[in-house]
Design a protein around this ligand. Structure first.
Ligand SMILES: [Zn+2]
Length: 251
């Protein structure tokens, strides 16, 4: 009996010991806080850096950015990132990039989201590729509940990027026109930050889109002059809000 008990105990001890060891190895990732999430310093508890790091990774993944090549941010984008907290608290907190393909406007917009979701105090963001969004909504157009859910997500994101807005000019009274209007209107109502890129120019937006004037009016108001317009030969970084008068839109 003595032998079998000893053998059994030995086996049990082994069975018990090895998974525990493995679990410990798998569980303790952060040696600074033993995965508690807190470090104790000068008599107080403070969030461990691993929590911030984990949050950065999660926010960056949640933002849904497509792959892009990082480039240095140009002045309007750089200033937007540097002053984001102050800008976000103000009532006019959008930034827009108008103009031709290849001007790097999406790269600048993606760069803003990349920088803000991975900074010391990361920001939650959502990327919306406009064409995909419209197609997805179009498939749901008779499902009011799902439609509303998609709009609500875009409306409530603490930072929203709409890339390639109006990639197809909507026809008057079409579903696409309704989506364009609803998206801008709802975001406008929340007064939450928005980054917008579009291949069209302000002038073309007003001339070609039936709801263009209303859209542009809101964009210009909310951007507070943070508008970049890429033209054939030049990039104009600022369009003064005062220029929004359909007779004097310069581009
Ligand atoms: Zn830690």
């Amino acid at each position: 009996m003595g032998l079998s008990t000893t053998f059994r105990d030995f086996q049990n001890a082994n069975d018990a010991a090895s998974p525990t060891e493995e679990n410990d190895d798998a569980r303790i990732v952060c040696k600074r806080c033993n995965d508690s999430g807190y470090v104790f310093e000068n008599g107080g508890a403070k969030r461990c850096a691993c929590v911030v790091e984990e949050r950065r990774k999660r926010y960056r993944a949640e933002a849904g950015l497509p792959y892009f090549e990082r480039r240095e941010l140009e002045p309007p984008a750089r200033e937007y990132v540097a002053n984001f907290d102050k800008i976000a608290r103000s009532r006019r907190n959008w930034i827009a990039f108008f103009g031709k393909t290849g001007s790097g406007k999406s790269t600048q917009a993606f760069g803003i989201v990349d920088a803000l979701t991975t900074r010391e105090r990361p920001v939650r963001a959502q990327t919306l590729l406009y064409g995909d969004f419209v197609r997805r909504l179009s498939a749901l157009r008779y499902d009011a509940f799902e439609l509303e859910k998609s709009f609500r997500k875009a409306k409530k994101a603490p930072l929203l990027l709409i890339d390639d807005f109006l990639d197809v000019v909507p026809k008057a009274n079409s579903f696409e026109e309704h989506v364009a209007q609803a998206l801008i209107k709802r975001r406008y109502e929340t007064r939450l930050p928005l980054i917008l890129t579009t291949e069209t120019t302000p002038r073309r937006m007003v001339a070609e889109s039936p709801c263009g004037e209303a859209l542009l009016g809101r964009i210009v108001e909310m951007c507070d002059a943070r508008i970049t317009i890429a033209e054939e030969n030049a990039v104009n970084h600022r369009l003064c809000s005062l220029a929004f008068n359909r007779d004097v839109i310069p581009y």
